[in-house]
Design a protein around this ligand. Structure first.
Ligand SMILES: [Zn+2]
Length: 343
């Protein structure tokens, strides 16, 4: 199904490019949100040069100009994403230096002649070179990226990783990046915008027509882009056990656009499920620093001596558990890793 859609790099974020007035006391990073030009004389380089059409600066404590609902929603979700990392981990902005946050909304509204933009139209991206969040204008299958907190916080987590561990974005390493982005994105949503159903990623960005049509086509209910607890139930069906990873994504795989950088949005379902099992039983408070440490420190290539693989992830997770939690808690962690074939 993924291949037939032609936009499978959902939430891909990076690789190929280069309301809320809080009562809390900390100073937030400045957030600047701009609106993409419909067409740019620079062609697809709209990310860098085409966002000056309507730039507004949003500074904490001052009323902001209401430009469009996309502006407002992007602002609110970025505020919550930044608050999540500051309140949970003391991280000031995505880089720990309270740097300003930049985003562009409405990308790809009229983009038929630019394949790059056409792809971005139904996507959300952290553009690594531009250091800017990109939210597509939405289309036939998906819309409202800037409104869904787990999606926005997913992208924000990419920025955190870029400024900490710099885990590579391909193969098993990239699947771990996508796993962390889903996990921290979902936890931001569970804390700040709790919904009835936990562990669903992008439950609101699939249009009602997409949910209906694809549910009928596949004879199963489709509620979200990804389902962390039941990876096989998402819009893109993912393996939930390491033994189910398609052979094409393993050792000899060469990362490319058309193979999702060796299945990074396929394989992330495996650690996603393990984390959902663990947190469902132990609670977020108990394990949050373990996951943060794992993401920002323990899986650095410079720490390991090689790019992180799933085996490194499971070993370091258990090691951090034994350093910080009780033996019975680590039994829960071990059981979850066994459930998904990572132990
Ligand atoms: Zn991502």
């Amino acid at each position: 199904m993924r291949a037939s859609l032609g936009f499978k790099t959902i939430l891909i974020c990076v690789t190929f490019f280069s309301s809320l007035f809080s009562l809390s006391a900390f100073a937030r990073p400045q957030i600047e949100i701009s609106y993409a030009r419909p067409l740019s004389s620079h062609g697809p380089v709209v990310l860098r040069d085409g966002h000056e059409l309507a730039i507004i600066k949003l500074v904490l404590g001052k009323p902001y100009l209401k430009r469009s609902s996309a502006h407002k929603k992007a602002y609110e979700a970025l505020v919550l994403s930044a608050d999540f990392f500051e309140q949970q981990f003391g991280l000031k902005s995505f880089d720990g230096k309270n740097s300003g946050i930049k985003a562009t909304v409405g990308v790809g509204r009229i983009a038929l002649m630019f394949p790059t933009l056409k792809k971005l139209k139904q996507n959300a991206v952290w553009a690594t070179q531009e250091e800017r969040f990109i939210f597509g204008a939405g289309g036939e299958f998906m819309a409202g990226f800037e409104d869904e907190l787990d999606v926005v916080a997913h992208e924000y987590t990419h920025a955190v990783i870029q400024h900490s561990s710099q885990i590579p974005l391909w193969g098993e390493s990239g699947a771990l990046v996508e796993h962390f982005a889903d996990l921290f994105g979902e936890m931001a949503e569970q804390l700040y915008r709790p919904t009835q159903k936990k562990w669903l990623i992008g439950e609101d960005i699939l249009t009602p027509a997409t949910k209906k049509n694809y549910s009928e086509m596949e004879s199963r209910p489709i509620h979200a882009l990804r389902d962390m607890l039941n990876p096989g139930d998402g819009f893109d069906r993912q393996p939930s056990h390491y033994s189910q990873v398609p052979f094409e994504f393993l050792d000899d795989c060469v990362p490319a656009i058309d193979n999702d950088a060796c299945g990074v949005h396929v394989m992330n379902g495996i650690p996603n499920r393990a984390a959902a099992l663990i947190i469902s039983q132990l609670g977020w408070e108990k394990v949050k620093w373990i996951y943060f440490n794992l993401m920002t420190e323990r899986l650095k290539s410079s720490y390991l001596g090689h790019e992180p693989k799933f085996a490194d992830y499971s070993r370091e997770l258990l090691q951090l558990c034994s350093e910080n939690l009780e033996a019975q808690d680590c039994d829960v962690v071990l059981a979850a890793l066994k459930d998904v074939g990572l132990r």
